[in-house]
Design a protein around this ligand. Structure first.
Ligand code: HEC
Ligand code: HEC
Length: 198
């Protein structure tokens, strides 16, 4: 009889897994293979958890208009023409993930390197502090995306895409101007710093 126990646990485990897979709304199921069931990101796509629905919607529009260039995501975006389906998928991912502990600007004024650039910018180059738009601990909000915990390679690729004029669509090309002022070493350091905020 004692052999029933492991079978029981196995069943519980299977049911638990089934339940978590079933929680992904149908609208978001085609995204899971690249963005993960909880929007945690995979080797095939960036993290979506914690990005606002409005920011993600703007990006879907950018992929459709060609302001952002990525073959697979353009095809996926084109499949999201039904705005109700699109909203269900984006709302789902927007509510996934946990927010990092908020770090106040005053706590980091003596920092150097990427953290200094993030919280203070560089006056000599008219480089604004990333903090002023992306917020404490890079949690973002509204149309300003969360950067905290995003994949380092993805963040780096996006900043380079703006430098190369491969990504656009944001108001007044704000990020394009900012990225053009960053050195390669700073892009790498910022990407590593931001991705490490958990
Ligand atoms: C085959 C892989 C793949 C699938 C499937 C996929 N994506 Fe993506 N997605 C990507 C990649 C890769 C990027 C980054 C593109 C880039 O570098 O510009 C991306 C980027 C995004 C972004 C922009 C993120 C940001 O931080 O700006 C959003 C929003 C998004 N995807 C939503 C979705 C949704 C919603 C679905 C499902 C309907 C989906 N994706 C399906 C691969 C995929
Ligand atoms: C004046 C406001 C502002 C400042 C300052 C700013 N950003 Fe942004 N950033 C934005 C906006 C708005 C977007 C979204 C652009 C879009 O909709 O395509 C963005 C997007 C990004 C993205 C893309 C994220 C993603 O998920 O694709 C990265 C990376 C980024 N910013 C890094 C930085 C860094 C690093 C700094 C500081 C050196 C910085 N930003 C300063 C407004 C700002």
């Amino acid at each position: 009889m004692h052999k029933l126990l492991p079978i029981g646990s196995l069943l519980t485990l299977l049911l638990a897994n089934y339940a978590s897979a079933a929680e992904v709304p149908e609208a978001a199921q085609s995204c899971v293979v690249c963005h993960g069931a909880q929007g945690e990101g995979t080797t095939q796509g960036p993290k979506l958890a914690g990005l606002s629905s409005s920011y993600m919607n703007a990006q879907i529009e950018h992929f459709i208009s060609g302001d952002r260039k990525n073959v697979v995501m353009t095809l996926m975006a084109q499949s999201l023409v039904d705005l109700n389906v699109r909203k269900q998928a984006l709302d789902y991912y927007a509510t996934q993930g946990t927010a990092p502990k908020l770090q106040k600007r005053g706590d980091v004024l003596n920092q150097s390197g990427a953290e200094k650039l993030y919280y203070q910018g560089d006056l000599h180059r008219s480089l604004p502090a990333c903090y002023s738009c992306h917020g404490p601990s890079a949690v973002g909000g509204g149309l300003f995306p969360r950067l905290a915990g995003q994949q380092s390679s993805y963040l780096k690729d996006q900043l380079i895409a703006w430098q190369d004029k491969e990504r656009s669509g944001d108001p007044d090309n704000t990020m394009g101007h900012i990225a053009s002022k960053l050195k390669d070493s700073e892009i790498q350091a910022l990407a590593d710093y931001l991705s490490a905020i958990k």
